[in-house]
Each structure stands twice: as structure tokens, then as C-alpha cells.
Design a protein around this ligand. Structure first.
Ligand code: OGA
Ligand code: MN
Length: 362
């Protein structure tokens, strides 16, 4: 999926690719700014659908944007939007309250990347534990070469080119004392480069398939309960959603998710439930071909998107995340995470977006 960012000139000419380019973060080349902080290029956001203001207009004036409908989600009267020309796509603005957002931000950082869950770092370092705490404590990941005897089962290990490597977090000073004999990577750098983790059934990104032989934990119960409730509106009548796998995406400044389809699940009548946390982003919902011009829309912290049925066959992606103070719209999170012990979470989420998308695989 991430590889799909690299597209040929041919693909460059599709309507989807053009929209991605329109919204992507580019910097001004202006020499005037070259000595100052890089200035992002202005983007025309007038075509971006804003469900937050659509909800306000609907509540206050009873009006809806063209092509948009609204319905109520059974249990708690939450307003759910859907698009006339995209059956199976649902948008629930502010579906998650502030407390719930904080909970899942914390889980996504402190617990979801823990083994046996896999992350993008597995391929290089093997399983690594306690990344978030290690970053908070300024630790560094170190590699001791060719020392299978000193392998600590709590730390990661992996074999590459026939060599045994063992990676573990140690204090910065301890690593410095060891000098150049140890290869080191600061935990803070690894946290910044964390792009995904997988929960429940593990998705194998290299094969783009679920590998049911990989060790895994069940999706946490609280997440299952929440997602079942959110998925209900997009489920076939009389059936309950069964969360079996989740992919957690982490976005920092300039990160994007290229246009793709999620087509590795067996039954497309079941929705993908996608929760947004942290900085505001632009989501593109396209058609069944990349030639169809996509609809752009804002995704804010607490918004939930469901994609079921025909919408499962539609290209989608995230070309832009707004990590600057003015556009990120994370004010409420800043207050909610202002308590001292939460400061490390706040520091991360101030300039990041997290997306948890939950799937029924079978
Ligand atoms: C995905 C996905 C959308 C998002 O991970 O498959 O489409 O909002 N994520 O990040
Ligand atoms: Mn997707």
C-alpha cells in the first residue's frame, strides 16, 4: 500500500493522482524564504468536503450539501452522513469523545506496537519492545554483532545475511561509553519513523496478505465493543461485525497514504471501520478506477469512516496531514492531555495523526 506512492508517469495522469498532487505538502521554492523556515505552498481547500460544518449547518439550519444524506445511528442518535454516489461509505463526525480519543492515542503508542504485534520496524530490527517509553527516556537501540550468547529474550533479534543481530534499548550514556563498537539508533528517531503496527491477525505487508501462522493477540475487548457499535449501521441486516485484524497507521509531517484498495478480506459486505486521531487530514474517496475524480474530505480527531459494500471497491488514500498548529485542530486534545504524565503523548500527537482501521477478515 505504501509502495503505491511510487507511480509511473502513466499513473500520474489519472484523476486520483492529480488530486493527490493537488493536496500533498509542497514547499515554496521562493529564495526569499530560503534562509527562513520552509514555507508550505498554499492549497486551495474549497473543494474539500467538511462534515463538521455540514453537521453544524444541518443542526442549525436543516440544510445539507449537494449529494449528501444523513441518517441516525440506532443506539445513541449519532448523526451519520453518507454520499448518494458512494453506496456503502459512511462518515460519522466526532464519533469518538475526547476521553475515548485520548485512550486510543495512548494505546496506539504505548501498547499496540508491542510484540507479538508487528510494526514496520520488524523487518530491520526484529521485534522491539517498549519503543514509546524508550523514546521518552532518551534511550537508544543498540546492536551487538555476532553475539548469540548474549541474546536476551526480552530484546529483539533478527538474522540477516546469516549473521545474528540482537537489538535492545540502553541508556544513551551507556551506549556512548561503548564507543563505535555498537551500532545505535535513538528511540526517538524510531518513534518518528513508526509507520504502522498490526493488531489481531497479522497483515504481512511484503505479501500484502494476512499470515494466520504469525503469533498474535486478540483485538483488545474494549476496541471490539466500540467497533461493533460503530460498524452496526453498515452491516448486513441481523449480522454483527466481528473485528479480527486492525492496522494502525502513524503519520508525521509530510507522510501520506497513497491511493489503494483494501482487498485482502474475504467478505466485502463487512465494513472497514476507520478511526482518526490527532492532526486533521485530507481523505480522498475515489471510484472503482483511478480515472474517476475523487471526493476530498477533512478527517479530524474523533471522526469515524465506514467503508462497506461498493465503497470497498473504491480507491482511497490520505494525501495530506496538517501538523501545523493553525490547521491541525487538536486544541481539545491539548487540554485533555495537559496533565504532566500525559505530556509525552501530547508532544507526539501535536504533530502526528494516528488512524486505526479495523477489519473482519473472514
Ligand atoms: C488504510 C486506510 C485511511 C486513513 O490504512 O487502509 O485507508 O484514514 N487508512 O488513514
Ligand atoms: Mn484503506
Amino acid at each position: 500500500m505504501y509502495g503505491s506512492d511510487k507511480v509511473s508517469d502513466e499513473a500520474d495522469r489519472t484523476a486520483f493522482r492529480r488530486a493527490e498532487k493537488k493536496y500533498k505538502l509542497y514547499y515554496k521554492q521562493d529564495s526569499k524564504f530560503s534562509k527562513k523556515k520552509k514555507q508550505p505552498k498554499q492549497v486551495d481547500l474549497s473543494d474539500v468536503l467538511d462534515f463538521k460544518s455540514a453537521l453544524e449547518d444541518y443542526i442549525n439550519k436543516g440544510v445539507l450539501p449537494q449529494g449528501i444524506r444523513v441518517t441516525k445511528c440506532g443506539l445513541d442518535d449519532t448523526q451519520v452522513f453518507y454520499l448518494e454516489n458512494h453506496p456503502g461509505f459512511y462518515f460519522i463526525p466526532g464519533a469518538l469523545g475526547l476521553e475515548e480519543q485520548c485512550k486510543w492515542i495512548k494505546e496506539s503508542l504505548a501498547n499496540f506496537p508491542q510484540p507479538p504485534n508487528r510494526t514496520n520496524h520488524n523487518a530491520i530490527y526484529g521485534p522491539i519492545s517498549n519503543l514509546f517509553d524508550a523514546a521518552k527516556e532518551n534511550m537508544v537501540l543498540v546492536r551487538e554483532d555476532n553475539q548469540p550468547d548474549s541474546h536476551d529474550p526480552a530484546s529483539g533479534s533478527c538474522i540477516s545475511n546469516g549473521e545474528f543481530h540482537s537489538w535492545k534499548f540502553v541508556d544513551e550514556d551507556f551506549a556512548k561509553a561503548k564507543g563505535k563498537t555498537w551500532k545505535t539508533v535513538p528511540a526517538s528517531v524510531l518513534l518518528r519513523k513508526l509507520r504502522w503496527s498490526t493488531l489481531g491477525l497479522q497483515f504481512d505487508w511484503s505479501k500484502r496478505n494476512y499470515d494466520i501462522s504469525l503469533p498474535h493477540n486478540k483485538i483488545p475487548d474494549a476496541l471490539c465493543q466500540l467497533v461493533k457499535r460503530l460498524a452496526a449501521i453498515a452491516m448486513p441486516v441481523g449480522e454483527e461485525f466481528s473485528p479480527e485484524a486492525a492496522i494502525v497507521n502513524y503519520f508525521g509531517l509530510g507522510d501520506t497514504l497513497g491511493g489503494h484498495l483494501d482487498d485482502m478480506e474475504r467478505d466485502w459486505s463487512k465494513p472497514i471501520v476507520s478511526m482518526s486521531l490527532g492532526c486533521k487530514a485530507i481523505f480522498l474517496l475515489g471510484g472503482k478506477s483511478r480515472e474517476e475524480p475523487p471526493q476530498a474530505m477533512f478527517l479530524r480527531s474523533g471522526d469515524v469512516v465506514l467503508m462497506a459494500g461498493e465503497a470497498r471497491e473504491c480507491f482511497h488514500g490520505v494525501p495530506r496531514v496538517f501538523t501545523d498548529e493553525e490547521n491541525a485542530e487538536i486544541g481539545p486534545l491539548e487540554s485533555a492531555l495537559s496533565h504532566g504524565s500525559d505530556s509525552s503523548f501530547l508532544e507526539y500527537i501535536k504533530t502526528s495523526r494516528i488512524n486505526i482501521n479495523i477489519r473482519q477478515v473472514f
